[in-house]
Write a protein that binds this ligand. Structure first.
Ligand code: ADP
Length: 384
């Protein structure tokens, strides 16, 4: 099939920053795109060929949008999967598949998938209602501390809470959830696997993720991870096995914990370009966004080696600021060597909202880490 400067249409469900970065590469290849998003101010709006406003969880909206395109992909997971399934039956190519998305949308189903496929994951329990947690604690089948996770619609750590006492349970939503053992991990790692329609598979180097202590959001992504070759290999093999188990097409980001005993446990997966792969725009031979296109269009995959070491810093809204965004001191960070800011195009900031990121490239990862901290201290996402 000819995708380049042709009548072919790629549909993207979701119009946020991941879509916007994907559109850099559809523009590079001159591939025609249609984007659907709930917001009229979605970052994708300016770069897509056709933009539609609509609810991604609404069956009719997703179905009607899907009928306009040849291949459909996502940049967000909360999509109406029944519509995707119907579109698949009617011949639209949907990557990731409705089946994969259905599993990933629900943390309880996702966990069971790992168990069924003999993939290592954190020990967990499933609960249909929050109140069942209280019963489990009373019967001593569940003990403090543990991690509570909403089964559905959590993202960027907002459906996750460490529970140490009864009072920590007070403000939680009442619905379906899981609890996990609190892992005392050494490191959080992520591996992105790319797999095209024919099954050609490539894996990006393992990265290390450092999290914000309170917000549960990634603060720094470090590539390559500062781990031994043996552990890197173990993480890569786990990620490859996971991608194969899903029979996945496109990118699959596999987030893992490295325990104190050097055990690898899968935390969760994302079937799309991922925050832990943003650095690839500057560090890799093939950015994750170009690779995602290659994979879903069944083109040859690009080389995944890094040209240089890199660190990504998320730019999130400062606490205490809401309103029209200002990137304070952006010029100062642009004076630093190897520093590139990416601004997503969201006009309004609020505390911890992901507004952009900064990539720092350097031959020496220790030096890059120092510059990353300086970047973090210097640039502030505030309001007017
Ligand atoms: P989300 O889907 O919102 O990204 P995650 O399940 O990835 O949520 O959890 C967010 C973060 O919370 C993780 O990256 C990790 O830092 C912490 N976390 C999650 N599960 C556990 C666990 N079982 N033990 C310790 N920390 C955890």
């Amino acid at each position: 099939m000819n995708y380049f400067s042709s009548n072919f249409k790629l549909g993207i469900l979701g119009g946020g920053q991941l879509g916007k970065m994907l559109l850099n590469d559809t523009r590079k290849f001159d591939i025609y795109t249609c984007v659907l998003d709930i917001s009229d101010e979605a970052p994708c709006k300016i770069a897509s060929n056709e933009f539609y406003k609509g609810d991604l969880m609404d069956f009719k909206t997703v179905y009607n949008f899907g009928k306009k395109v040849d291949v459909l992909t996502i940049e967000i997971e909360n999509i109406n999967v029944d519509a995707l399934e119907k579109l698949e039956h009617e011949g639209v190519k949907v990557y990731p598949s409705s089946k994969t998305l259905g599993i990933i949308q629900n943390k309880s189903k996702q966990k069971l998938f790992y168990i069924d496929h003999n993939l290592p994951t954190t020990p967990f329990s499933r609960f249909a209602y929050k109140d069942e947690i209280l019963t489990a604690i009373k019967h001593e089948t569940l003990r403090f501390p543990f991690v509570w996770k909403s089964a559905q619609f959590g993202y960027d750590g907002n459906g996750v809470k460490v529970i140490r006492t009864f009072s920590d349970l007070d403000d939680l939503p009442k619905g379906e959830c899981i609890t996990e053992e609190l892992v005392d991990f050494k490191n959080e790692l992520s591996v992105i696997v790319a797999r095209n329609v024919s099954g050609e598979t490539k894996v990006y180097p393992v990265v290390e993720m450092e999290f914000h202590p309170h917000a549960n959001q990634v603060e720094y992504v470090i590539c390559p991870a500062r781990i031994s070759k043996e552990i890197a290999l173990k993480a890569e093999l786990t990620a490859l096995k996971t991608s194969a188990a899903f029979n996945h097409v496109g990118l699959l980001a596999v987030e893992m914990f490295l325990t104190k005993d050097d055990e690898i446990l899968i935390n969760e997966v994302a079937p799309r370009p991922h925050n832990s792969g943003h650095h690839t725009i500057e560090t890799s031979y093939t950015s994750q966004f170009e690779q995602h296109l290659r994979a879903i269009l069944n083109l040859p995959l690009g080389k995944t080696d890094s040209k240089v070491g890199g660190i990504m810093v998320n730019l999130v809204g400062e606490e205490g600021y809401n309103g029209d965004v200002v990137y304070q001191n952006i010029e100062s960070i642009m004076e630093m060597d190897g520093v590139t800011p990416h601004i997503y195009g969201k006009k309004q900031t609020r505390p911890f909202r992901k507004m952009g990121h900064v990539t720092i490239i350097n031959e020496d990862i220790t030096e890059a880490r120092k510059i990353a901290e300086k970047v973090k201290r210097t640039i502030k996402v505030i309001s007017k």
